[in-house]
Design a protein around this ligand. Sequence first.
Ligand code: SAH
Length: 410
Amino acid sequence: ERAFDRFFNSTVDARRLVVHVPGEKEMEAWLPGDEGGSRTTHATESSPWKPDEESAASGFVSLVGAGPGDAGLLTVKGRQRLLNADAVVYDHLAETVIPCDLNRDVELHPVGKKAGYHPVPQEEINHLLIRLAQQGKRVARLKGGDPYVFGRGGEEAQALNKAGIPFEVIPCVTAATAVPGYAGIPVTHRQEVVTVSLVTAHESSKVGGPQIRWDLLAQDKHSTLVGYMGVTSLPETVNRLLTAGMDPETPSAMIERGTTSRQRVVRAGVADLPGAVLRSGIRPPALFVIGPAVKHAEQLDWFGSRPLLGERILIPAGGEQSVVEALEMSGVEVVEVPLPVSSAARIVVSAAPLTGCIFRTADEVEALEDERALRNWGSEVVAFCVDEGAAARARDLGWARVEAVLDAPA
Ligand code: SAH
């Protein structure tokens, strides 16, 4: 079996769908009786068909954009790569977007910044991607928003390229368009806003002076200015814009965790925005939007006005999709979890506070019992039970809040 594995690994490149006929020396190295562990490597290295160590591995990396947080905004192609991956390397901001139905044996590598923890340095992330690919794995690198917009995706691609690892980029919607969209702000508007500028705003407080021409941006009356990573430096940014002549009344907004159940929006004239943000306690991840388009949010706030916004509800997978859709249309963030609970689902569930769980049977209550110790699963989580047996089981197991929803709503 071992000999066969050696033979297969050294002659078949499953990724590129090619095989090669081994040379005599290579075959000798695989003969049974020779159990030297280093032989496989040796055989591979000596292959005339695979010129160097890097390309000897059939690994591949997909840099997959996760979008800004709403799991439904992941692309079809991105989802497909995640489902077929051997290893998923993911950022903290992308946690809610990981498909709960990932392969159960997939390797999961968190590398993101999390409050209270140090982020994994970029160098280490690059090395991890290279190492996994060199082990011959299909790697999905899941990054918040679009991989190439302020996410250091370009650096990861360069590192892979340098190491000879084949890769692809799967773009996704970036926060600058999706987040304002959910907050009722069209970032362009015919005859009114004809330019959009995406800036990384913490740059305004950088030592050595800003690279951004805030003076030019301040003059442009027909544009929308969207700032990533700009919460702490907001007073400084606004100061620069006003000094350069921006109208202090220019409509502006700061949006925290846009597209998710925890979305919060503050709107004010630009001069008042820093104060308003401070009072509301808005924290990163958040972005600011400045420009005339922001005023449309007064009429177009389709997401913020949904009655159940703020609810994040777990449902065991396999139920009616129409129920899921109806909940989503009411503003609920629905997390569909396969039972028994997968590791991927566990990450998604604990990525943000849950407010409720829907149970159809007592078995489902049972299957989720161990998960109640997860982060973000407080005692206030409501068990909505569609079945009397489920409700009884939840009460037995000590759920503080059980609601029997015995008649499905019309
Ligand atoms: N590549 C990402 C951006 C990464 S930088 C993209 O294309 O969107 C991280 C910054 O993006 C955050 O500090 C915040 O400014 C912004 N951001 C990402 N997701 C966000 C969200 N859901 N709501 C508000 N801002 C968000």
